[in-house]
Design a protein around this ligand. Structure first.
Ligand SMILES: [Zn+2]
Length: 226
């Protein structure tokens, strides 16, 4: 192809993960629109806004539809890094946290928060990764006096293999550091690593059994058909 020109678009001020090619990039804003609800009794002081953006990925040239929600309490989007309570939802393509389909709601909740905070508040993120582990232990009815014992119990009864037991202990230890040490130095990379370890545990405990069941049902079906 010869020289091409592109329609000019404004760029987003932060990077987004493209739901098609997976790249983390500043995107081109094709269009955007806001929808705000204001509480009349508050004389305009209390409001909730949803910002819808159609963003074009510069790498794969496809669009992502993203909804960003904020309100009078969380203040408008402040790109100086104060985006603590802003909720970003990927409407298209749909990106659920980690794309897990079979998570119990308490695990999902902590895991989603850990994912959301991994770049902006790594310390909070590792604490929520640890909470995800606690929720997994609750859900799997692990016994023990503390999280350390309960992780060992999970491995003892075969709910997770030895390697994932080590993964779980790493999440627990760094999560402890984040929660209890005032001068804890936790980087965004640390938070990312803990999430990847949580992914491995969640994949083993909740996703793999479902996938195995699906494929077994599929195989049983093809056996019946001559
Ligand atoms: Zn892309």
């Amino acid at each position: 192809m010869g020289n091409v020109t592109r329609t000019e678009h404004k760029l987003t001020e932060r990077s987004y993960k493209c739901g098609h090619c997976g790249i983390d990039a500043v995107m081109l804003i094709v269009c955007q629109g806001k929808h705000t609800l204001t509480d009349e009794r508050s004389l305009g002081d209390i409001w909730f806004t949803d910002l819808y953006e159609l963003l074009l990925c510069p790498s794969c040239n496809t669009v992502n539809l993203i909804k960003t929600s904020y309100d009078s309490e969380t203040s408008p989007i402040d790109y100086d890094g104060d985006e603590y309570d802003i909720t970003v939802e990927y409407l298209f393509p749909r990106i659920k946290s980690g794309n897990f389909k079979n998570l119990p709601s308490l695990v999902e909740k902590s895991y989603a928060t850990a994912t959301k905070l991994r770049k902006i508040e790594p310390i909070a993120s590792v604490i929520f990764s640890r909470k995800s582990l606690e929720a997994i232990c609750d859900n799997q009815k692990a016994t023990g006096r503390n999280l350390k014992d309960r992780i060992d119990n999970l491995a003892q009864k075969g709910a997770i293999p030895e390697l994932l037991k080590e993964a779980a202990h790493s999440v627990r230890l760094l999560g402890n550091e984040g929660a209890h040490e005032l001068d804890a130095e936790v980087s965004a990379d640390d938070a990312e690593t803990l999430l990847a370890l949580c992914d491995a545990i969640i994949g083993y405990v909740y996703e793999a059994p479902q996938l195995v069941q699906t494929i077994q049902e599929r195989l049983a079906k093809s056996k019946k058909e001559p």
